[in-house]
Design a protein around this ligand. Structure first.
Ligand SMILES: [Zn+2]
Length: 725
């Protein structure tokens, strides 16, 4: 039976067998397993190349399921090449074969044999607290040769895809002699011993860690290519929902060394209520933008992390899978809940190939800002906070006491949270406003990367290079709309501070230095009469006052060329206080610079994320409409908790709806159905058919003036609508 072409993986949605690998190695059992997988609709299955539990320390080394001189061989594989048998039987059923190789988690016994490979802290102690207890090896030691041998031998058995789980750096590492030597060679200095974000050399070390992982992956590739193997290899570049410098995993930095961009979006690495329900969509959107021409693979977990033996309810898994599909994933793992989705994607296989986003709005998630942004302000007291989202994400990973508690580190961590919340605020607002959008990385801030959008949103994108500044300036100069906030463009791509905004001429403001805050119970005064503040504030208790709760921080700027729509009031010494006078600092500035520009000097998105002020949501909606040079490709009428995405594909336009109305709290058992959703979509001419993809039924539609209108009744978790020309 013919296998799918590996190059086709980047074009559609394919499924794999997840981590379920055959255990019973009799030929009959293998035939049965792979026949069933094919019948179920899978294209790729997992097979085992090794056995043994090195991560828990039960085994010192993995035992190979194939003949080899370099690794111990499993008893069952004496006289039989079990890996090759699995591969050949799976191939016989028209399946591609994937094998998993651990590249990051080792127990005591492995460490005892290979002490010189372990990642170490500045004081020379090995990092021994991975996931609570465990070691991880350093890619700059001769561990790399061991892994290359493993990869080569597995490829030789005919495996199509190798998934390397890891490698990664671990927070506070690595100071082994190999890393120190390589750093000295590359940067001419010693690795700094202290985490200090004001020190450019420390930032070089952050870069060096990304480079070291990339070098490892690029070399692994070379090993395969030199020997003529067609095997594809990829690693876990993390879900990118939080700054990733501490692990040195990023698809943008590792891209060169990957055949597939693989990112995990697990349900929880934090308290469930602190994890936004739309986070799998975030990972998928980001993956789609940074994968370029490579396939994007979304890893999901069925586990209620950190309890890996305990699962999330089916409804949570279905939610994750639906978001992956709606946001343009290429490969999803098979899960017990995937059946309906496998049927869906197979039925619409051609319609779901080569989907090109129709979003005319781009939101930026800047990894460089996550890497290097740094500001010396403290966070307000808990009393002023509603959302602590994300805090536990970091703690869940960083189980060890890696960092000395120092002020610089606290500023950095606080800044990371502020930045994440800034982006989350705008992300959620876009979903709630039913605006289809893409999530771009730094590498898309180029003339070509921006040209297809009508509006760009820069939520506190503090770190950007001159190339990005120029591309944005030209984009706006040519009529593109811009919404930006807080410290956008105050540092370059290496984290070096600028005296003023790189985008000062575009934003129409100048940086005066410093930040007002934390503002715990303070206000801005809205200056009415402009479309961006139309209907705002709705919730001022004393309407004549036009007071709006202000963001937690107000960057001190002056408006040089723009209309001031909001002014910061002097901080109140206490909550119950009389009205304070206006400061000279603007809080909302709007102007025309080719296209419309709206700049929020405060951390407006983060305050929306924390407090959910509906006046902020309205202001963001107004700002998008006023600044954008074009209308969104699709408009929907329905409840706020609804995501819409739209694509052009091989068989017509595809609109996805994902329903975020769930009951009470996460984890949830079900989503609440929506009675009807009205959709109007821009089309080049009158369509032939409009088809509801879950049922295959035609939907009645009206066509008028370049718009097709239809109603989706009884929306459950998700729907796809195919509009055929
Ligand atoms: Zn090292």
């Amino acid at each position: 039976m013919e296998r799918p072409k590996i190059e086709e993986l980047a074009k559609g949605i394919f499924w794999i067998g997840g981590r379920e690998r055959p255990r019973d190695m009799s030929r009959e059992a293998l035939e049965e397993t792979f026949r069933k997988a094919k019948e179920k609709g899978l294209d790729i299955v997992g097979v085992s190349a090794f056995r043994g539990r090195v991560s828990t320390g039960e085994d010192a080394e993995e035992r190979a399921l194939f003949p080899t001189e370099h690794f111990p061989v499993d008893d069952e594989a004496r006289g039989r090449n079990l890996l090759k048998e699995q591969v050949e039987i799976a191939h016989g059923h028209g399946l591609l074969v994937l094998t998993y190789l651990n590249a990051h988690h080792y127990g005591d016994r492995f460490y005892e044999r290979h002490r010189e490979w372990a990642q170490v802290f500045p004081d020379g102690r090995p990092m021994d607290k991975l996931y609570g207890r465990g070691y991880t090896m350093c890619v700059n030691t001769s561990y790399r040769d061991r892994m290359f041998r493993m990869i080569r031998e597995v490829a030789r058995q005919g495996v199509d895809l190798i998934f390397l789980d890891g490698p990664a750096y671990y927070p506070g590492c690595c100071y082994c002699s190999y890393c120190r030597g390589k750093f000295r060679e590359r940067y001419g200095e010693e690795i700094p011993m202290k985490e200090d974000w004001r020190d450019p050399l420390w930032r070089k070390f952050v870069r060096f860690r990304y480079e070291s992982i990339r070098d490892f992956l690029v070399d692994a590739h070379r090993v395969l290519k030199e020997e003529g193997f067609k095997t594809w290899i990829y690693s876990n570049t993390s879900g990118q929902t939080w700054p990733v410098w501490s692990f040195a995993l990023s698809p943008e930095d590792l891209w060169e060394g990957e055949d597939i961009i693989g990112m995990e979006s697990y349900q929880y690495y934090a308290r469930p209520e602190d994890v936004p329900v739309w986070l799998y969509g975030w990972t998928t959107k980001f993956g789609r933008s940074v994968k370029k021409d490579k396939p994007f693979f979304l890893f999901l977990s069925g586990a209620h992390e950190n309890w890996t033996k305990y699962s999330v309810p089916d409804a949570e898994m279905r939610m994750a899978i639906a978001q992956g599909i709606a946001n343009g994933v290429n490969i999803l793992e098979d899960r017990p809940q995937a059946g309906e989705f496998i049927d869906f994607t197979r039925r619409w296989r051609n319609a779901l190939k080569d989907l090109e986003s129709l979003a005319n709005v781009a939101l930026v998630w800047s990894k460089r800002t996550g890497d290097y942004a740094y500001e010396e302000v403290v966070r307000g007291p808990l009393e002023a906070q509603a959302g602590q989202a994300g805090e536990e994400v970091e703690e869940a990973f960083q189980t060890g006491d890696y960092f000395e508690a120092s002020q610089v580190q606290r500023f950095k961590r606080e800044g990371e949270r502020r930045f994440v919340e800034e982006v989350r605020g705008f992300y959620e607002a876009l979903i709630r406003l039913h605006v289809p959008f893409d999530l771009l990385g730094d590498s898309s801030l180029t003339p070509e990367g921006l040209s297809r959008y009508d509006l760009l949103i820069l939520p506190d994108v503090e770190c950007m290079g001159e190339g990005a500044v120029e591309a944005i300036r030209d984009f706006v100069g040519d009529g593109g709309g811009l919404v930006a906030s807080y410290r956008t463009s105050l540092r370059d791509e290496f984290g070096d501070e600028r005296k003023d905004f790189g985008l000062k001429d575009v934003l129409g403001v100048g940086y005066l230095g410093g930040t007002l805050g934390p503002l715990r119970w303070d206000y801005m005064r809205v200056k009415g009469g402009h479309p961006v503040v139309e209907g705002v504030p709705e919730f001022c208790r004393f309407p004549g006052d036009d007071l709006l709760a202000c963001p937690e921080y107000c960057l001190k700027v002056e408006a040089r060329d723009g209309e001031v729509l909001g002014v910061q009031l002097e901080p109140q010494p206490a909550r119950y206080w009389g009205e304070t006078p206006e400061t000279s600092y603007p809080t909302i500035v709007a102007r025309r610079y080719g296209g419309g520009v709206v700049y929020f000097p405060g951390n407006f998105g983060a305050q929306y994320w924390a407090q959910g002020f509906l006046d902020y949501l309205r202001t963001i909606g107004n700002a998008l409409r006023w600044a954008s040079r074009g209308e969104p490709p699709v408009a929907v009428e329905g409840p706020e908790a609804l995501e819409v995405t739209a694509y052009r594909g091989r068989e017509g336009l595809v609109v996805f709806l994902v329903n975020y109305q769930y009951s009470v709290r996460r984890p949830f058992r079900e989503v609440v159905s929506i009675g009807e959703v009205k959709v109007s979509l821009k089309v080049p001419h009158r369509p032939d058919r409009v088809v509801r993809m879950t049922t295959g039924q035609d939907i009645p539609f009206f066509y008028e003036g370049g718009l097709v209108r239809f109603v989706v009744p009884n929306l459950g978790l998700y729907e796809g609508v195919l509009v055929q020309p």
